[in-house]
Design a protein around this ligand. Structure first.
Ligand code: SAM
Length: 250
């Protein structure tokens, strides 16, 4: 098993996430982007991204750029990608060069990012569940103030059906079922090697105090508290527990 799968138990949550993605970076594109549900989410975001040529787009947790480049490559826009992992962004930078996308990068955590306030559209896919509740709220507020009036934010992230900390037996059972489903999903759509990644993800969730995965209701109220109006919420696959919130700046 690769060493990045064993990188848990780090006291510092932010450093643990950064290390995990720095080490995973080279293999990341062999996993999530192969999930049919990920492709569905790309379509949902594309359908709800009311952007025009020259729009300014913020991608929070841009990773290797897969998501942003799939959605926005067709529309010439200026993308700013924010991420804690410099290794993930290194891959995104290379891809941006290869496809001629106009992207600038900021190595920062979403809850502390300093960006301009002239964005037309913002997206964050599978990134913000790594932050604690106060961190998420701070990230949502920063995204809100980065958007122009009438700007739109689409949040796609992992959710969980039950609130509580990792010691809550009912929630833990739910986490085990959810990641068990993801492991089987990975086996079906990618192959045996991908199962270890899903199990590595489960370890992350367990050891990082439940990974702070929220219920959809909690995410919704945090988005509203940050000043967003939720115009749509889609669930592309009930079992895997992903939610997509389409929100407009109030
Ligand atoms: C699962 S990847 C998703 C990447 C990309 N959005 C995609 O859909 O392919 C999550 C990314 O979020 C980044 N990330 C995690 N916590 C973050 C935080 N607090 N602030 C910014 N980026 C973060 C990770 O480094 C990683 O690149």
């Amino acid at each position: 098993m690769d060493d990045w799968l064993d990188d848990f138990g780090c006291d510092n949550m932010a450093r643990s996430v950064e290390n995990w993605f720095d080490k995973w970076a080279k293999e990341y594109d062999e996993y999530l982007p192969h999930f049919p549900v990920y492709q569905k989410i790309i379509k949902i975001v594309g359908d709800n991204a009311n952007i025009e040529d020259g729009a300014k787009v913020l991608d929070v947790g841009i990773g290797t750029g897969n998501f942003s480049f799939s959605v926005f490559a067709k529309v010439p826009c200026d993308i700013v990608g924010v991420d804690v992992s410099s290794e993930m962004m290194k891959i995104a930078k290379k891809k941006a060069c290869d496809i001629g996308a106009n992207v600038s990068f900021l190595n920062s955590s979403a809850d502390a990012m300093e960006v301009e306030n002239d964005f037309d559209f913002a997206v964050s896919a599978f990134a913000l569940h790594h932050l604690r509740e106060d961190g998420k709220l701070s990230a949502f507020r920063r995204i809100h103030s980065a958007l122009k009036d009438g700007g739109r934010f689409v949040l796609a992230d992992v959710t969980i059906g039950i609130d509580g900390d990792v010691g809550c037996e009912k929630r833990l059972k739910h986490i085990l079922e959810r990641w068990g489903y993801e492991a089987q999903y990975a086996l079906k759509y990618i192959g045996p090697d991908a199962v270890s990644i899903a199990l590595g993800g489960l370890k992350g969730v367990y050891y990082r105090d439940g990974e702070y995965v929220e219920t959809p209701q909690k995410l919704k109220s945090m988005l509203e508290e940050a000043g967003f109006k939720i115009v749509k919420c889609e669930v592309p696959d009930e079992n895997i527990g992903y939610h997509v919130f389409v929100c407009d700046k109030r």
